[in-house]
Design a binder for this molecule. Sequence first.
Ligand SMILES: Cc1cc2nc3c(=O)[nH]c(=O)nc-3n(C[C@H](O)[C@H](O)[C@H](O)COP(=O)(O)OP(=O)(O)OC[C@H]3O[C@@H](n4cnc5c(N)ncnc54)[C@H](O)[C@@H]3O)c2cc1C
Length: 388
Amino acid sequence: MRGWVHTFARDVIRPAGAEWDEREETPWPVIQEAAKIGLYSLDFFATQWFEPSGLALPVAFEELFWGDAGIGLSLVGTGLAAAALSANGTPEQMGEWLPQMFGTENDVKLGAFCASEPDAGSDIGSIRTRATYDNGDWILNGVKTWVTNGGIANVHVVVASVDPDLGTRGQATFVIPPGTPGLSMGQKFAKHGIRASHTAEVVLDHVRIPGSCLLGGKEKLDARLARVRNGERAGEQGAMRTFETTRPTVAAMAVGISRAAFEYARDYAGEREQFGRKIGQNQAIAFLLADMATRVDTARLLTWRAAWMARQGRPFEQAEGSMSKLVAGETAVWVTEQAIQILGGAGYTRDHPVERFHRDAKIFTIFEGTSEIQRLIIGRAVTGLPVR
Ligand SMILES: Cc1cc2nc3c(=O)[nH]c(=O)nc-3n(C[C@H](O)[C@H](O)[C@H](O)COP(=O)(O)OP(=O)(O)OC[C@H]3O[C@@H](n4cnc5c(N)ncnc54)[C@H](O)[C@@H]3O)c2cc1C
């Protein structure tokens, strides 16, 4: 599987990376190519997700992002929405909506996961989008932001508040079916990196959806809200559960960028000559490459550990999922910066991909929980204190 994904990343994704970064558009033709070989498909994601070691998706994502991170995110963005649906939905809901997120090889579709809002980023408990129950339907009102595939997706998975007084514990996750009136795309963001991945606001103006679009069903939600109101434990919430399961896969994306930057810088250092010798023959450069290689492997091993633990159903007692995301994200930023340094002036131009790798890498200390939030989660886990 790794060789198969790598071949696609090498032959199709990497050659297209610079173009789609400049165009700042969703690379539909590349997604279509991936769909044709079954790489962009529900079948591929589901098979790899349930692979018993837990390592299959991280391995696949590393290869895709080694190819190009912007295109990689366009190919796996649907996976985040699919993970949100799978974490919270019933088997019937999964059967109905997951295929509609991916479409078919001749008619590819996307999914989008909408949690963040202008005033609720790290503080996901202050989500203002309201879901109100009305005669068997739900009506959603609010503005979501930073949504990968937002407004261009076929299926949107939206986290909304049913009871704002209860913070995250009063939230629920909904599916918005294709073509539902009231859902529209707001601003599309012009970004620093991962520019081939579409990021936009999603406006929800009186969006009416059937009761069956509440993930998990109303009975379960009512029982949970009743437990919370009685002061009992509610269990994990939708958005948090999604982030926990997806963190190691996000870490793997960052590992892919790091590895790409390391390899490019290593090859350059083996060719470029100054002072009559390869620049890689200077300890200063070789030691840097040694540190880069070591950190890439460190990040990958933390990622694989977390992915393996998640698959075996072992709890993240030391916040191992967050550890993998924290280290992989910061490694990607550091390694890509060192790669620019090793290329010197050439590294600072768009003639080489390392400046793009660096721009792309930065998102990994921001989305799916910033580095500060990962440290907060790890800090709480290792001290047992309510660190704020
Ligand atoms: C390209 C892109 C794609 C995205 N895709 C999606 C998506 O598909 N779906 C989705 O729902 N969201 C998505 N996001 C949103 C992303 O998850 C948020 O940007 C992220 O959670 C941070 O929220 P914020 O931007 O509001 O920053 P803020 O929460 O405002 O944070 C600003 C700074 O303050 C720090 N900070 C905040 N609180 C604390 C604290 N308690 N202690 C210490 N430091 C703190 C943060 O670490 C950060 O450095 C995306 C974002 C981007 C940029």
